[in-house]
Ligand binder design. Structure first.
Ligand code: BGC
Length: 755
């Protein structure tokens, strides 16, 4: 997919697409599709009253039903609303007709919704999509979401969520692409490409919204909406980096976040919203607040009242206010008092109109996508592939997996047949009747080839009633293998669903423990919205397959893996901690002055009345050691991949050069499999300390048994730049190490210098 020139809302400024010269003198210029977008914006702006302008900056949420349609019809006709969210699909087209046919200037309303991981056909949650390390598939999923959503008139989604998330207590980690900057950058770009498609030429294009701007994922103690304390260097290198990338990709809108960083609420942060986004990156789309985050600056203790909040939010750079209505109430007075400048209002309104023109809403405002795209077979097939690629094989002792045809399998656990929960968080439109569970897949797809005994054990993930566990244990006696599907209900992750304990909820741990004692091969499948602390269950199980809520087609995808139709290829997009006390935990940390390499003395090793210095004085936890349960980038396959001959083409590079690095990858196993080859780099000495490792490239490679290939990467030296002590982004000369391997534990065995 390539970006349409009209989508260049960043850096290069707006490219104007003109197909004709003049316009019919009877028709206002802005209604003439042959005119360049900027001329149309200017012409329309010149015809608008101040009230109509302020109306464009107001976004409201519908509560559905007839009363909402009646109320919003009047407001739209009066020009008081620029965008609506959560519109009931039945009234979407009629509200648009009111905007276009009854409001004075016929400005279409931008209909928006949280289409986060699919519209009707639900893809894995974004954390699961990140686990695929497959950007083409993620772009395809976003395209499908846009095609389906546009069939109900939705042309703006509040996605991608590109908050770097390093604390699994935070429920919204589910919506993110995990902990890594590079991976999030690639995934964010892929989603923007997919949603926006060929905007300007395509009525299935949907404006993307990069959120939450910025730093929301660093909420203190993983508690949602909490404050963040991110210094400028880390803000730029870690949290802002994916937002800069999607700006280059042409993301049409941004959403300011809820958190206050170092005392400044994001919706009132002019440095970020204006100086960086518009000033440094050249963004020309518009910024919407998060839900009521402008008014919430009063709760933060940053604004005195609603008028002060409107002034602060708008002057910081929030163009459109979501839901709280302080702009529409106060903007006229603020302009009269000189507290808000008319030029700024014009710029903001122009940025909203520009996106409406670019989406083609003025020329083609009504729904044209047919309803039969919803759950189209090719959409279901793509969702199935995404669910399969997102599943991570964490353990496979003695080749327990794949299971064999002819076996009798006990299928148990509260998530084995949970059609609603399997879809995960942020699903408004996916219908559980369309979900295919693992139980469905084993019955319908594998019914003739394996015998399945189904005994759920627990009714739902939080269930503590254990009588069902006895039935499951009894049923295990007649089975050749057990597949136990545990995890989290959808509602336990997502917004406002932070958790302080990440062990399996309810009696699920007891279920696994008792099944393990039967001595039957035990395959534990986890469906969850975050990486849980499952060390005990991993120990007790023979095999573990982790599936971040896999969506509509999770069942057949996971059955294909369990039965060996497909080799698992997902990789952890986030570090799995052993215990919640290790959080936040991420591979790309600093080394400290006392790194913990091999010097851990754990709590049970400490002698009585030990002297003060007997613990090695390195950076680790007495009761958890240093390492995680599973590192970032980790995942097994049914193949057996070996790396050799890892090298760079030179020992020294200039700052404008490209590093050509390669490794030989061999599948020495007996089955075809896909490896996610990962390239990591370390800058050994800097003017400020640098992470011990940084992912800089990855590629999925599929090899037949016995097959070998050379995997090549071209890494521009400029990708090694960082914000040095002078806060300038530069590559600093010096020595680097590089490694290519299967996960973030990869040894960095090659050295090179940059001159
Ligand atoms: C969330 C956003 C979401 C918005 C609209 C807010 O509560 O933080 O991510 O897009 O609601 O539903």
């Amino acid at each position: 997919m390539t970006m349409h020139p009209a989508l260049a809302v960043c850096a290069a400024g707006m490219l104007l697409v003109s197909c004709g010269s003049g316009h019919d003198s009877g028709t206002p210029l802005y209604k003439d599709p042959s005119q360049p977008v900027e001329k149309r914006v200017d012409d329309l702006l010149s015809r608008m009253t101040l009230d109509e302008k302020i109306g464009q900056l107001n976004q409201r949420s519908s509560w559905g039903g007839e009363s909402a349609t009646g109320y919003f019809s009047k407001e739209i006709e009066a020009g008081n609303i620029g965008s609506l969210l959560n519109v009931d699909p039945v009234s979407a087209d009629s509200l648009q007709r009111v905007a276009v046919e009854k409001s004075r200037l016929g400005i279409p309303v931008l209909l928006s919704r949280d289409v986060i991981h699919g519209y009707r056909t639900i893809f894995p949650i974004p954390l699961g999509q990140a686990a695929t390390f497959d950007t083409a598939l993620v772009a395809q999923g976003a395209r499908i979401a846009a095609v389906e959503a546009s069939a109900d008139g939705i042309r703006w989604t509040f996605s991608p969520m590109i908050d770097i998330s390093r604390d699994a207590r935070w429920g919204r980690i589910a919506e993110s692409f995990g902990e890594d900057v590079w991976l999030t950058r690639q995934m964010g770009r892929a989603m923007v490409r997919g949603y926006q498609g060929d905007a300007g030429n395509d009525s299935t294009s949907m404006a993307a919204c990069a959120k939450h701007f910025v730093g929301y994922g660093a909420s203190e103690s993983g508690r949602d909406y909490n404050s963040t304390f991110i210094p400028e260097r880390q803000l730029r290198e870690v949290y802002l980096a994916p937002f800069e990338d999607v700006c280059r990709e042409g993301a049409m809108t941004y959403m300011s976040s809820f958190n206050d960083n170092d005392g400044i609420p994001a919706s009132g942060n002019r440095h970020v919203l204006t100086d960086i986004l518009r000033g440094e990156w050249g963004f020309d789309g518009f910024v919407v607040s998060d839900w009521a985050s402008v008014a919430e600056m009063i709760n933060h203790g940053y604004c005195a009242d609603r008028k002060d909040a409107a002034r602060t939010g708008f002057n910081a750079g929030v163009d459109m206010e979501m839901e709280s209505g302080t702009y529409i109430e106060n903007m006229k007075a603020l302009i009269d008092e000189g507290a808000v400048k008319m030029d700024d209002i014009d710029r903001s309104v122009a940025s909203v109109l520009r996106i409406k023109f670019l989406l083609g809403l003025f020329d083609n405002p009504y729904i044209t996508t047919p309803q039969d795209v919803l759950y189209a077979p090719e959409h279901l097939a793509a969702a199935r592939q995404a669910a399969a690629e997102s599943a991570i094989l964490l353990k496979n002792a003695d080749e327990t997996l794949p299971l064999k045809e002819g076996m009798t399998i006990l299928l148990t656990g509260p998530m084995a047949d949970a059609p609603h929960d399997q879809m995960g968080t942020w699903v408004f439109d996916g219908q559980k009747d369309h979900t295919v569970t693992l139980l469905d897949a084993f019955k319908d797809q594998w019914g003739g080839r394996v015998k399945v005994i189904y005994e759920p054990g627990l009714a739902y993930s939080r269930d503590t009633e254990t009588s069902g566990i006895d039935c499951a244990v009894a049923a295990a006696r007649g089975a050749d293998a057990i597949v136990a599907v545990v995890g989290e209900e959808a509602i336990l992750s997502g917004e406002a669903h932070s958790m302080a304990d990440l062990n399996l909820v309810g009696a699920q741990s007891e279920l696994i423990g008792r099944l393990a004692k039967t001595g039957k091969p035990l395959v534990t499948v986890v469906m969850a919205g975050r990486p849980l602390t499952i060390g005990k269950e991993v120990e007790e199980s023979d095999a573990v397959l982790y599936s971040f809520h896999p969506g509509t087609m999770g069942g057949p995808a996971l059955a294909d893996i369990l039965m060996g139709e497909i080799s698992p290829s997902g990789r952890t997009p986030v570090t799995f901690a052993k215990t919640v006390g290790q959080l936040p935990m991420y591979y790309s940390h600093k080394n400290t002055g006392r790194p913990a390499a091999g010097t851990e003395v754990l709590i049970d090793d400490i002698e009585l009345e030990a002297g003060q210095t007997s613990l090695g004085c390195t950076s680790f936890w007495l009761d958890a050691g240093f390492g995680p349960l599973f590192p970032f980038g980790y995942g097994l396959t049914y193949g057996d991949f070996r790396y050799s001959n890892v090298k760079t083409d030179k020992n020294a590079y200039g700052k404008d050069d490209t590093i050509h690095a390669s490794a030989v990858l061999t599948n020495s196993g007996k089955r075809e499999a896909t490896e996610v080859v990962q390239l990591y780099v370390r800058d050994l000495v800097g003017s400020v300390t640098r992470p011990v490792k940084e992912l800089k490239e990855f590629r999925r490679v599929t090899l037949a048994p016995g097959e070998s290939v050379t995997v090549d990467f071209d890494l521009p030296v400029s990708e090694l730049a960082f914000y040095g002590q002078d806060m300038q982004r530069n590559v600093e000369a010096g020595e680097f190490t590089l490694g290519i391997g299967p996960d973030s534990d990869t040894e960095l065995s090659c050295s090179f210098t940059v001159k």
